[in-house]
Structure formats: structure tokens, C-alpha cells
Design a protein around this ligand. Sequence first.
Ligand code: DP6
Length: 360
Amino acid sequence: MNEQEFIPKKYSGLIPAGTTTWRAPSNIALVKYWGKFPDQIPANPSISFTLSKSATTTSVSYEPKKQNSDGTSFTLLFEGKPKEEFRPKITTFLGRISRYLPFLNEVHLKIDTSNTFPHSSGIASSASGMAALALCLMDIEKGLVPSMEPEFLMRKASFLARLGSGSACRSISGPIVEWGMHKDLPESTDLAGIPYNGKVHQVFQDYQDTILLVHKGEKTVSSTAGHDLMNKHPFANRRFEQAHDNLSGLIGVFETGDLERFIQIVESEALTLHAMMMTSLPYYLLMKPQTLSVIQKIWAYREQTSVPLCFTLDAGANVHLLYPLQYREKVLQFIKNELIAYCENGQYICDQLGEGSKKV
Ligand code: DP6
């Protein structure tokens, strides 16, 4: 893959008016993307489970610009209301990708977006949000280039989504997506997420992710700022190597279904991510006391019951509980008995692996 293939030749027809709607899911990384170089190039490869229910649905209506102004032009509704806070990120995104979608300078867009997960639940919506928007824009381009193959549309959508938010490039397809060059995956690239096409043991089919909403407030340090702190981080290079090793390890685990090793890699990745935050300068903490209590309860439960339940974390205090479908009832009972007390307003979200984005 190279970026040149995403720069289109001149469009032949005139730009029509229309509307397109896409639903893109959130994803949870098993090997974490943490650290990046200019142009959203990841410092290490990452791999994630695509979720099913936690998703963003975005409609984009488009029409030729009425005034002959420079640059991109859009209005934005979030859950039916104007949302000024989101404008700068989208303005930057559209500016960055107009080189690959030149029609953006000639249209006015009306973007209408909403999430299935509760507002300010602490679940990052940038991955699903940027993925859904990228897909809508690709659908508009497909109208201008009718010969476009569906596979190219998805590949370029992932390439574009990455420029909005790195992890968003892993929200286009499913159920497992890899992003970033890795020696064991010849098709891997830093430019986009690719659906993982190695062997996957059936224990991972319909794998469950129950997300405990431990803390729903805004993060004190954004992911973008956190990535930046990896630039001068004393442990950065060793960490990037470790991500490569953990990804090799997971490739083996996917094939054999070795859940003990799966748990070891996934929990180590989660704690390493937070260890990187704690050892950055300035250092910071995104875990809350409840996060630690939940982790300790999970370890005790696993010891007592041998249920292969493990946790992972993203850049926040919420805890993702990962486990095979066959343990669903047991784990949900455990959550009700012991973990719900640590969730803000007793809230949690039951999700599972999903197939990726869909046109609505
Ligand atoms: C901890 O993709 O949100 O969730 O590229 O700056 O938008 P930007 O960062 P973002 O970082 C996500 C980091 C993570 C780990 C992961 O999803 O791999």
C-alpha cells in the first residue's frame, strides 16, 4: 500500500447532491497503539477486537457549495444538536484529507452524528466517529468514481480514518483488525488497518467485551497529548519492541486458542499502557481507585473459579472485561454480585466481537 494510490485522478462528472449514512463500531485494542510519528504513523503495530453494539452512526448530506469559498465547509449536529467542541477536530481532519478527496473543496457537508453508547460515558468516540465519517466521504467519492471496488472503498476509508484518529483505522472492518508494519504479517502497513486473516480458534468467536463504566468524566490528559509524551519517554524504544513481540505472541494464541497466554499478553499490554503514562514527564494517572479494585477482584475470581476472564483498559479509567461466550452467564452474575459497585451509577455495557462497519 502507498499513499499515491489514494490520490484520485480528476473526477469526470459534476458533483450531485445527496445523503449517505454509515454505522461504524468502536474497537478495543489488545496490543496498544501508544506513540506516533508525524502524519499519524504509529510507533508500533497494534491489533484490536472490533465491537458490535458500541457504535457511531453518521449521515452526511452534501451539495455543491453555493459560495465560491476556499477550503472545506460543513455544519455539524451531534445527537441532534450543534456541537461546537467537535468542530476543530473535524476541520483539521477534512483539511488533512482533502488532498485525497479533492471534491471536499467543492461541497458543503451537513454532518449528523450520534453514538449508541451513553453520552460522556468515557468511551472514546473518536475511533467510531472518524471511521463513520470517513466511510460516508468515501461513499460520496464512489458516486464520482462508479468503477470503485468495494474493497478499495474500505481500504481507503481506513487510510483516511487514520488521519482523523489513529485507532479509527481499526474500526472499518472486523472482527480482528491489525494496524502497523509487523514482520509476521506481510500485508501489514502503517497507513491503514487490515482485517486479520490468520487462523482464529473458535474460542474467540463471539468473544465478549463487557465495559464497566467506572468513571464517565472527561479524561484529564487526551490521547493525543499522551502519544506526544512517548517522544521523549525513557522506556519508549523497549516498549515499541515489546508491542512487536506481543503481537507475534497473539498471532500464535489466535491459532491455538491458548487463553492463559492470551490473558497474560492482554493484561500486560493494558498495564504497560498505563505504566507508560505514569512514567512520562509530566507523569499522570488515568486509572481510578475503582479501576484497581476491579482488577484485583478479577484476579481473585479467576483464581477461585478458573473462568478465563481478563481485563483490558484504554486511555481512561473504564475496564473492559474480555471472556469467551460460554462464560457469559457466570461473568454477568459476578459483575452483578461484585463489580457493579465500582461502576458509576451501576452502568456497564454488554458488547462482543462484531463484523465492522455497515452502510445504513
Ligand atoms: C490507548 O487513536 O485516540 O486507545 O491518533 O491521537 O487520535 P489519536 O489517538 P487515539 O489513541 C488510542 C490509544 C489507545 C490504544 C489503542 O486504541 O490502540
